[in-house]
Each structure stands twice: as structure tokens, then as C-alpha cells.
Design a protein around this ligand. Structure first.
Ligand code: ATP
Ligand code: MG
Length: 508
């Protein structure tokens, strides 16, 4: 092999003839205007330049890619400016502190950096950086498959620069670090999360010595910010089958560093011959089930957290066996603490997750008795627009191994679904707007804002949800007058009849 692991096209073909990988995707690269411009700039400046990292990996794997990184053996910023001029792709955004520069080429984000050598201190993932060669730069990368580079230089243009056997690892599906894994992981512990993330995204195996090194270094994750950790966790959650990643996170010891509540779900206790399911694996099954139906990250989070309070609410009752009473409410109350610690958003996304955790038992619990219209209306009222997400979670939550039980739950689920459709069409309570407003009540009884208004509104809302009156203004108006009288108020004479237009209509 020539110096620095440069593989010519012929050598690559020779090396890969038994591969399942299709390296022909590399062939057209040099024809693209961006690569031509980089090669021309490299020639003009006499500076070696390479495409590197995730872009090269994804090109060979045939995965889509939104960003592309170039490394040059020299000043990356001046080089970027030269390339941008050739492509009329200004403005160039310069990040002086990092020695990087980027510009957009259509949708593609193009980034340049000078090749560098790094040395780390023990307490930080921010290294000392000095200029280096392409090989130095490849060595500081996390995995061999992420260290692949394409040369854009005269004499070797289009050749793959692969000093660590990344192509072979890509073909075999292995995640391996270029250097001693203990050093790579200890230098920047975020790489351990990235290992699990790539294993889950690509369906790759973490090389066993590398996995052992993660176990040895797991505690080092504590120097990584919560934002970085949840960034990788969210990428794992967005994979088609996140359960594989969660199991790796547990087995590597990483999960213990940032998500102890999830580990608590493990295990199935038995008393007097009565057991309960292992809620760790149950939750992962629910999560994978949800992922088959929805791409929504926050619905996936709701699956992760739906039973999170089971360990805290677990009791053994000699009559009923294992119970987890109130785990949905306690779980919903745990959500903010977990989100805050992980530095996840505390706004509507969190409230959505909380709401789904709180409501996750409702649809199926409905069927314990007869599924009444009024119960379905109340469910629709409480879930609002999140009813569809809630029903996906509920369906995913039916994982019983007992076929009879599972069949019964599924029948109940179908029943609730059809009732929901029926009630929704009839009563429009999904985004319930009261047909009588506070303004109406104040006008009808000639009163200022007071407790009476809230009380009457509640009576009307309950009557509609219970099916005592229809969701319309006329019936609600009559009930308002009646209720006010019962509470000792006489309506203003002119307000009794005929029915005035709704305050909304009147305002229009
Ligand atoms: P994705 O874009 O899907 O997140 P990626 O591998 O492209 O995956 P980026 O964060 O875009 O990841 O980084 C681009 C490249 O930079 C990587 O392929 C890798 O070579 C290098 N890299 C990124 N983060 C690290 C890290 N923490 N340690 C070492 N190298 C890294
Ligand atoms: Mg990338």
C-alpha cells in the first residue's frame, strides 16, 4: 500500500472485489462542480485538499447527506474563500476560533478546516489544537468509517485515503476507533454516545475491544454537557428500532450516567408464584411499536416515559397481585424533572409528553365498563388534538404475551377507535369551544366578573360532555338561564328570549 493509506481505483477494486459494498458511487464525484472547484483551488494554492468524514461514509453507503467537510493541509479559511469565489457561493461564514469556514451551495452545507493535530487534557473535551497533516487529522476522528477521505490532489485525485481500514469496517459493519479505544473515548467521551448512535442508525456492531473500552470509560461521560448527550439520544430515538440502542446504552454502562430512572424499570419480581412483566423490555417494545407508526420524536419520548413511575408505584396486594396504581399521574409528574436534567425543551413538547403519559391508560380503561358516549366525549375533550398520538401510544402498549388477553385488548381498542370516530362526527368536542362565553353570562345576568360565571360554564361543559344537552348554543343558553336561577340570580329581562347571537358572531 502506498504511503498514508492512499488506495488507487485499481487497488480499491482489488481490495473490495469480495465486498457487498458498491464503491462505484465514488466514481462520479470528481465531475461535480464543487469537487472540481476544490481540486482547482488545491492546484492553484499548492495545498493538498480532501473530502472527509461523514460525507465519504454516507456516499459509499448510499445514504443521503446534507453536509460535506473538506480538510486542507494549510489555511482552511482562505481556502474556503477561494473555492466560494470560484462557485459564486458567497457569503462565507468564518469561525475564527475553530479555524473553520462554511458556505451554502443550494441545500448543501460545505465546510472547510485546516488539518489538525489534537491533544487533550483530562477534564475537558476541548483539545489543544495545532496544524497537522491529513493523517493527524484522520487519527483524531472517532471511528475508522468516519476517517475515510477522498483525495482531490493531482496524481491521486479520486483515490480513497484509508489509513485505518475504514472501508473494510464499512463493509463488515464494524465500529472501530482509529487509535487505542481507551484513548479515543477518554479524550472525548461523547464518542461513546456516538458509537451507540451509529450502531443503531447503521445496524453496525461495536468492535468488542471498543465496547469493553466504553464500559471502562463510561463514567467519563459525566464531563459531557446534557445537551450533547440528549442530541445523541434523540438521534437514537429517531432510528427505526431504537430498542437496540437502548440495550447498548444499558450494557455499556452509559445509561446509568444520564438516565437512572430507565434502568429502574428492569427486572420482574415474583411473589407467591405471581410475577409481573419486565418493564424495561416492555417499554422498549412499546417504543419500537410506536416507531413503526410515527416519526414524531416527542411521541417516541412519550413511549419511553409512559411507565417510568412503575417502579415507584409498585405494590403487592395479596388479592390482586402486582399493582402500579397511579403510575400514569406520578409518571407525568416525573417528566419535567427528567426533561430539566437532560436539558430537553420545557415548553409544549414537554407538556405533550406529560399529557400522553398521564392519559395513556384512559382509552383502554374505558372498555372496563361499557364504552359510553359520555366517557368517549370526555376522553376527546381531555386529549384534544393529541388524540391520534394517544391512540398510537395505546395501540403500541398492547404487548401481552398472553394471546387471549392481547386479543381482548385489541378488540377493546378497535371498539374505542370506532366510538371515537362516531362521537367526533356527532359532537365536535375534539377542540371544545364552549357555546356560551363568560361575556354571555355577564350580559345575561347583568353581573361583573365573579365566581358565578365559572360555575355556570362548568355546569354547561359537563352537561355537554355527559350528553345531557347537545353541543349547541340554544340548549346551552337555556341551561345557563336555569342554572343561574338555581344559584339565586334572575336574568336581565331582555336576555331571556329570543336567543341573542353568540358574542363571537356579534363581534364579527
Ligand atoms: P451525522 O452528520 O449523521 O451526525 P457525522 O459522522 O457526519 O454524522 P458530524 O457531527 O457531521 O457527524 O461530523 C463530521 C465528521 O467529523 C465525522 O464523520 C467525524 O469524522 C468527525 N467527528 C465529529 N464529531 C467527532 C468527535 N466527537 N470525535 C471525533 N471525530 C468527530
Ligand atoms: Mg455530518
Amino acid at each position: 500500500m502506498p504511503a498514508h493509506g492512499i488506495l488507487s481505483r485499481a487497488e480499491m477494486q482489488h481490495r473490495t472485489h469480495s465486498f457487498t459494498l458498491d464503491t462505484s458511487r465514488l466514481d462520479g464525484v470528481l465531475e461535480q462542480p464543487l469537487f472540481r472547484a476544490v481540486a482547482a483551488e488545491a492546484r492553484a494554492k499548492g495545498i493538498p485538499a480532501f473530502a472527509i468524514g461523514g460525507y465519504v461514509r454516507d456516499l459509499i453507503l448510499g445514504r443521503p447527506c446534507k453536509d460535506i467537510d473538506f480538510v486542507v493541509e494549510g489555511d482552511g479559511i482562505a481556502f474556503a474563500e477561494g473555492v466560494a469565489r470560484r462557485l459564486n457561493a458567497e457569503p462565507v461564514h468564518v469561525f475564527k476560533n475553530f479555524g473553520t469556514a462554511m458556505f451554502m451551495l443550494g441545500e448543501l452545507q460545505v465546510e472547510f478546516v485546516g488539518a489538525r493535530k489534537e491533544s487533550y487534557s483530562r477534564n475537558s473535551r476541548k483539545p489543544e489544537v495545532e496544524p497537522g497533516s491529513i493523517k493527524d487529522d484522520q487519527e483524531r476522528r472517532d471511528f475508522t468509517i468516519n476517517a475515510l477521505a477522498i483525495s482531490l490532489n493531482e496524481g491521486s485525485a479520486g483515490a480513497l485515503v484509508d489509513p485505518f481500514g475504514g472501508l473494510l469496517d464499512l463493509d463488515r459493519g464494524i465500529l472501530r476507533t482509529p487509535l487505542d479505544p481507551d484513548i479515543t473515548y477518554s479524550d472525548d467521551p461523547l464518542r461513546m454516545m456516538r458509537a451507540v448512535r451509529f450502531a443503531t442508525q447503521l445496524g453496525f456492531v461495536i468492535d468488542p475491544p471498543s465496547f469493553e473500552a466504553i464500559r471502562r470509560n463510561a463514567e467519563r461521560l459525566d464531563i459531557i454537557s446534557a445537551e450533547r448527550i440528549h442530541g445523541e439520544l434523540n438521534k437514537i430515538l429517531l432510528c427505526p428500532r431504537p430498542s437496540a440502542g437502548f440495550i447498548l446504552l444499558r450494557d455499556s454502562g452509559l445509561m446509568a450516567r444520564f438516565f437512572p430512572e430507565f434502568l429502574e424499570l428492569q427486572g420482574a419480581e415474583e411473589k407467591y408464584g405471581i410475577g409481573h412483566k419486565d418493564n424495561f423490555y416492555h417499554t422498549l417494545q412499546v417504543l419500537d411499536n410506536v416507531c413503526e407508526k410515527s416519526e414524531d420524536l416527542w411521541l417516541r419520548w412519550a413511549a419511553v416515559l409512559h411507565d417510568i413511575a412503575k417502579p415507584k408505584t409498585k405494590r403487592f396486594d395479596p388479592e390482586h397481585g402486582w399493582t402500579f396504581h397511579g403510575h400514569e399521574d406520578k409518571g407525568a409528574r416525573m417528566v419535567p424533572g427528567i426533561f430539566r436534567r437532560m436539558k430537553l425543551p420545557l415548553d409544549e413538547q414537554m407538556r405533550f409528553v406529560q399529557k400522553l403519559v398521564a392519559l395513556h391508560l384512559r382509552p383502554i380503561a374505558l372498555t372496563k365498563e361499557e364504552v359510553s358516549d359520555s366517557a368517549v366525549r370526555r376522553l376527546l375533550f381531555d386529549a384534544g388534538d393529541d388524540i391520534d398520538a394517544l391512540m398510537i401510544l395505546c395501540r403500541a402498549d398492547i404487548t401481552s404475551k398472553n394471546e387471549k388477553k392481547k386479543e381482548r385488548y385489541l378488540r377493546n381498542y378497535e371498539l374505542v377507535m370506532s366510538k371515537l370516530a362516531e362521537v367526533e362526527e356527532k359532537d365536535r368536542v375534539r377542540n371544545f369551544q364552549p357555546p356560551i362565553t363568560g361575556q354571555d353570562i355577564m350580559a345575561a345576568f347583568g353581573v361583573e366578573p365573579c365566581k358565578l360565571i365559572g360555575d355556570i360554564k362548568t355546569v354547561i361543559k359537563d352537561a355537554i360532555l355527559d350528553g345531557v344537552i347537545r353541543n349547541d348554543r340554544e340548549q346551552a343558553w337555556q341551561l345557563m338561564l336555569e342554572t343561574g336561577r338555581k344559584m339565586g340570580r334572575e336574568p336581565v329581562a331582555s336576555m331571556e328570549a329570543p336567543l341573542p347571537p353568540s358574542s363571537k358572531e356579534a363581534g364579527e
